[in-house]
Design a protein around this ligand. Structure first.
Ligand code: HEM
Length: 509
């Protein structure tokens, strides 16, 4: 008997697959449409800058548009919804009361940018959540105790002096123009490798870590690009794109470096040399702490956990400090009167700087105010984000439902004219005790606050004080006005083409 029309058609697998895909596509379109409608409805109470129906505010979010954000902060008080493509919106906030409500909760880290970081960093303290984050945080916090930080002062000074020796060779007592960010980045890497990993790399002299440094710079760029280009949010599309391919190559460089650091420490431990090693050091470094945690309980601290934490601390521990010191030098170059006041203070406390103590650094009050004002004017971490696990109601009664990604714009908060008078002016006196006491406690958040604040805050402040003190004792800095820095917001705020300054060495007394 001849097959019916229906039977012939339905029997064809290709036809079946086609119908299946069509139905799936239709379902997906309906889902996306409903998602857009829901977002539009949820965000209606908050006005937003004009948006393109397809690209949203993508152009606005491009890496160097910090001034655009300032205009928006002025026009749209407290917050605004920011569309990334037609189906995804982030909710930007920059008001201290909003920041307080937001940071008083324990919402998990948002998928952006952490989901895009995980393939290269793994899951470390920065992007873990829940009980595992708590366990790691409790374990690693003692590594930043002030008794341990005190022992770092000499190591930090040694790394800064290595950089200054290089600068002295480049500059005579003549005024010399040079790019400083690259030098500072290597110095900060040298410091974290010595302090956290007890590893002498000599990377400032022999370029041994150049591939690692290059890989981290490029990886940041790719992660930022992916975050704000919604068609690359999908893992498969990204994986097969040129950027996805490069991402995998660069991640390998990162992992090889981390693996070497871990294996080099594990080898002598395995060979029973534990005692000799730890006896030599006065303190347990970061790597000692996580290796002993793993030795005690391998189930709760796996090899993958170990790699992720090493990756995280190596990266977070050097590039934020490097950009901070570079912006600080730039601000002091632009403001010679503040530079001179810092130098006078440092000379009166440290003399020629041949020895520096923890207590002396605590006395550098004017220099500390300049550091804080730089953090306000140019916050190295421009924003942090969370995904709301339950509805959130702000102090003015407006609400957001669960599921929304909220971005606290630290840049917006620090440039909010409702909080800071003349926010574009560099004025360290904003941070006198009297002025600080009068301000909203959530107006200044370079290291965030609450349970997920920066674990490395004291380490970073120590490094900045040691470095700026030694630099200002040896050099006078002025800006190279022909090459002003350009912002490059790749998760942290970097100078796109470096920081070009004129350096003049003080003659030795
Ligand atoms: C000037 C330098 C630094 C700045 C401005 C800075 C800023 C921040 C900010 C804003 C956060 C919160 C991120 C979020 O909530 O998503 C953070 C977290 C973190 N920072 Fe820093 N940081 C600096 C230096 C350091 C250093 C030197 C280290 C390590 C030695 C470090 C390690 C971390 C880690 C591990 C976290 C995650 C903490 C957690 O979630 O428990 N940071 N940092």
């Amino acid at each position: 008997m001849e097959a019916s029309w229906l039977e012939t058609r339905w029997a064809r697998p290709l036809y079946l697959a086609f119908v299946f895909c069509l139905a799936l596509g239709l379902l997906q379109t309906i889902k996306l449409y409903l998602r857009r409608q829901r977002l539009l409805r949820d965000l209606r109470p908050f006005p937003a800058p004009p948006t393109h129906w397809f690209y949203g505010h993508q152009k606005f979010l491009q890496e160097d548009k910090m001034e655009k954000l300032e205009e928006t902060v002025e026009k749209y008080p407290c917050a605004f919804p920011c569309w990334v493509g037609p189906f995804q919106a982030f909710f930007f906030i920059y008001d201290p009361d909003y920041a307080k409500t937001f940071l008083s909760r324990t919402d998990p880290k948002s998928q952006y940018p952490y989901r895009f970081m995980t393939p290269c960093l793994g899951k470390g303290l920065l992007n873990l959540d829940g009980p595992k984050w708590f366990q790691h945080r409790r374990l690693l916090t003692p590594g930043f105790h002030c008794d341990i930080l005190k022992t770092y002062v000499d190591m930090m000074a040694h790394s800064v002096n290595t950089m200054l020796d290089k600068w002295e060779k480049i500059c005579s007592t003549q005024d010399t123009a040079m790019e400083v960010f690259e030098h500072i980045n290597l110095m900060a890497l040298d410091i974290i490798m010595k302090c956290a990993f007890s590893r002498e790399t000599n990377c400032q002299i022999n370029s041994s870590l150049d591939p690692y440094v290059k890989a981290t710079v490029e990886l940041r760029k790719i992660i930022f690009y992916r975050m704000y280009n919604f068609w690359h949010h999908h893992d498969i599309i990204f994986k097969f794109s040129p950027n996805g391919h490069l991402f995998q190559e660069l991640s390998k460089v990162l992992h090889q470096h981390t693996e070497k650091v871990i294996q080099d420490r594990k080898k002598p431990l395995k060979a029973g040399m534990k005692q000799d090693n730890t006896q030599k050091k006065k303190y347990q470094d970061f790597l000692d702490i996580i290796l002993s945690a793993q030795a005690e309980n391998e189930d709760s601290f796996s090899n993958a956990d170990l790699r992720s934490e090493v990756n995280t601390f190596m990266l977070a521990g050097h590039d934020t400090s490097a950009v901070s010191l570079s912006w600080l030098l730039y601000c002091l170059a632009l403001n010679p009167e503040h530079q001179e006041r810092c130098r006078e203070e440092i000379r009166s406390i440290l003399g020629d700087g041949s020895s520096i103590t923890w207590d002396q650094l605590g006395e550098m009050s004017y220099t500390t105010m300049c550091i804080k004002e730089t953090f306000r004017l140019i916050p190295p971490v421009t924003s942090i984000s969370r995904e709301l696990s339950k509805p959130l109601t702000f102090s003015d009664g407006r609400s957001l439902p669960a599921g929304i990604t909220v971005v606290l714009s630290i840049w917006g908060l620090h440039h909010n004219p409702a909080v800071w008078k003349s926010p574009k002016i560099f004025d360290p006196l904003r941070f006198t005790k009297e002025n600080s006491d009068q301000r909203h406690p959530y107006a200044f958040l370079p290291f965030s606050t609450g349970p997920r604040n920066c674990i490395g805050e004291q380490f970073a402040m120590l490094e900045l004080k040691v470095a700026i003190a030694l630099i200002l004792l040896h050099f006078k800095v002025t800006p190279d006005l022909t090459r002003p820095p350009v912002f490059s917001n790749h998760i942290i705020l970097k100078p796109k083409h470096g920081i070009h300054l004129h350096l003049k060495k003080f003659p030795k007394c």
